[in-house]
Design a protein around this ligand. Sequence first.
Ligand code: G3P
Length: 217
Amino acid sequence: MRLFLDTANIDEIREINRWGVLSGVTTNPSLVAKEHGDPEAVWKEILAEVDGDISLETTEPDAGPMYEEGQRLAGMAPNAVVKVPMTAPGLEAGRRLAADGVRINVTLVFSPAQAILAAEIGAYCVSPFLGRLDDVGADGMGVLRDICELYAVQGYASNVLAASLRHPMHVVEAALAGAHVATMPYDVFTKLVKHPLTDVGLEKFLADWRAIEADQP
Ligand code: G3P
């Protein structure tokens, strides 16, 4: 399962990219707005920083303008992936973009039925939002499992991108469910590396090593 960051903050991206495990970045209009910069400049910096898929989201509500916007976003760099929303115009624009060879990410997906539609238009990936389903008392992980299963049964080529992940166990369970990609905020990414027993163990190893050094003549 590939690991993506869900952010538009270049400092967070640069830090995690140094670990050698970052395969891509997902952005959305809310994340880009947090950076208070020119969106094109924000995207360009991310596209140049990470050697992997970078999702850039369309904002036009109607199919025609959304298709043109998607073409423009796809033209920004070879690693650009164009996000279209799970709406009727999003399906129409997405199908045209996919037919042109543009890799599309169908976003704001909350049900297996929507995921079938995304696969049928030839989406490169489909993004179910787990955390937001949990927020309204639904079973986000159950929806992800169903989508992974139905894609496998049907032989769909689209990648399942688990999104709106809120904690490390979401990432682990998404991997067990068979998601191809997990995207998560910086906060969740940094928690993946942490375990209290690692800290305690390292502290003891280093203390013992310092004792050896102190004994040397
Ligand atoms: O970027 C899409 C998705 O991951 C949003 O997550 O945390 O705003 O529900 P969140």
